[in-house]
Design a protein around this ligand. Structure first.
Ligand SMILES: [Zn+2]
Length: 280
């Protein structure tokens, strides 16, 4: 099995170690990257909800779309700092998660939740692919090929990306903390016991905890913004592969089942990419 050579941003230590022992032993490099990228995106999307709510950010359009954009830009900015070789492949992993959900629902004849506050899975796929392509269209021609993003939309993707980047920069300029003193309020990380029925659940908990990456993200947000109260980030058992921010309790929940779900879904990547090989 190929070993991962580069330092991970988030959750990768636990997954890389899980490759050596435990139920995740079969994961390929692509599967690990897909699982990590989507776990990170989920966390960043929910952090987007947290910041919108706690800092009372003005939102035009749907909050779910804004959280996706904040999630994408958060991931983009964090990853850019790392200068990782597989940066764009990770962004496409995030887009491809929505493509898998879209295609699976189509195959199963699941009715489209057109009433939902989220964009449809197919739209979230194209939205993420568009932002990724728009971030560097000269270098990322291949994104159009592997995503099938039509030229009618692609033409405007650089503008879409520039608009999202500008909004995030504005938001950091206006809401960022310049105070050098310790933050008044912080995001505390809490770990619940993972579900007994989840394969490798205990190992998952230990690997996430020892990686210290959730604490790093929580600390970064606490230092970067003047939060109005203490908040928490909880790894929990939810009974579903979910994640959410509760604006009453001020708690962001990330479910063990969601990470396991990404891990399982990653096995479907070869089928998805048989027609459009991902670049490296
Ligand atoms: Zn959301």
């Amino acid at each position: 099995m190929k070993r991962l050579a580069l330092a991970p941003l988030l959750l990768l230590p636990m997954l890389a170690q899980a490759q050596q022992a435990g139920p995740a032993a079969e994961l390929s490099v692509d599967e690990v990257r897909f699982t990590v990228a989507n776990s990170e995106f989920t966390l960043m999307h929910e952090m987007g909800h947290l910041l919108i709510s706690e800092l009372q950010l003005p939102v035009l359009g749907r909050e779910e779309d804004a959280a996706d954009q904040l999630g994408f830009m958060g991931l983009f900015l964090l990853q850019q700092e790392q200068h990782r070789d597989d940066f764009y492949a990770k962004l496409m992993d995030v887009a491809d998660y929505w493509r898998l959900e879209w295609q699976n629902a189509e195959r199963n004849g699941t009715e489209l939740p057109v009433w939902d506050s989220h964009a449809l899975d197919a739209q979230r796929f194209y939205n993420i692919a568009c932002l990724a392509y728009g971030s560097d269209p000269d270098r990322l021609d291949w994104v159009l090929e592997v995503s099938g993003l039509p030229v009618e939309r692609a033409l405007y993707c650089p503008e879409e990306y520039a608009q999202a980047a500008h909004a995030v920069q504005w938001f950091r300029d206006h809401f960022g903390r310049s105070d050098k003193r310790p933050a008044r309020h912080r995001i505390r990380v809490i770990y619940d016991t993972p579900p007994g029925h989840l394969p490798g659940g205990t190992e998952l908990l230990e690997k996430i905890r020892t990686s210290g990456e959730l604490e790093a993200v929580a600390a970064k947000a606490s230092e970067a913004f003047d939060l109005p109260r203490d908040l928490s980030l909880r790894m929990s058992t939810c009974g579903a592969p979910d994640a959410w921010f509760n604006r009453i309790s001020g708690e962001l929940t990330l479910c063990y089942e969601r990470i396991a779900y990404f891990r399982d879904l990653a096995a479907e990547l070869p089928r998805l990419r048989r027609v459009s090989a991902p670049p490296h």
